[in-house]
Write a protein that binds this ligand. Sequence first.
Ligand code: AFP
Length: 360
Amino acid sequence: MLCGRTNVNKFLIEEQRRNPALVGDFSMLISDVVRSCKAIAQGVSRGSLAGVLGDEGRDNVQGEAQKKLDVLANQAFIHHCEWGGHLAAMASEEMDDIYPIPADNPRGKYLLVFDPLDGSSNIDVNLSVGSIFSVLRCPENCSGAAPGTDDFLQPGNRQVAAGYALYGPSTMLVLTVGNGTHGLTLDRDIGEFLLTHPNLLISPDTREFAINASNERFWEPPVQRYVSECLAGKTGIRGKDFNMRWVASMVAEVHRILMRGGVFMYPRDSKDLSKPGRLRLMYEANPMAMIVGQAGGLASTGNERILDVQPTSLHQRVPVILGSRDEVERIERYHREHESGEDQPFRSPLFSTRTLFRVD
Ligand code: AFP
């Protein structure tokens, strides 16, 4: 069949017609981002054959060892997105400072923030990785001039679009422009993303949670309470058994939650008190919060909705609890009850003995 499924360009044009606020070159900007993801997908799929695995030999601004593909993926976004005239600047997990569009290129109305390769600790062991991106409007005061870092520090509820590419068994693009969350699958035969999962919706409740259990002793009490109850299964107050997953790639976790429900937690923990969480607000938590929110889910720090957090720095970290609405609201309630001291029953000796590895 030579025609049929909607491709990403048709999808973007139709979305832009529905939303006049998406001025002019918005769909062209997203097309440049999509081209970046297609280039990264090619590099990821070739792996060792392309000599792109292994460490780059230096750390990024986060103090994390960079993989070769972290650097190549970052270069792909810059290469495909800097010349189109849609952006005023970009920012990335892999760059210390913002990247103003070079003066020899026209500057546009949007800002692009991205994590070029999320889950990169998986790349050398051939597990799923992804790219995450967020689009903001350039504030009025920076139109034309080179924007500064402060122009990026907008709360997530100001995002114009958000999405991710998942480089898994199939390469998928999940995208929201504020009118639902939609999935497209890469048809490698024609090099096009085709609309395969329109209007994704997250089930409000779940039997599956995702957390890095090795940090259990560092978690804040409301999260310890929630996970303890999940582990108690049908013998405890939840009255049902739960399943646990941990892929160590936020993109893969969020995608699973979009497909079958669930709750993902990377909470505040006491392992490193200088970091209020592991995940970065601007290019991990915010875009995922928009994607999940547009699919009927919720994203919270435990104390505040992610999309309402006022950023104070480009690479700041936040606690992240996101997914099925009923579960996120329960964990938020546990945070409130801990603050007010109402969670006394949880502080009883019974709970302190019930952990992931000790069930008395
Ligand atoms: P990397 O991109 O450095 O692998 O980090 C991925 C990530 O930011 C997020 O995608 C995962 O959910 C989380 O870190 C995994 O963290 P742990 O390695 O502590 O499990």
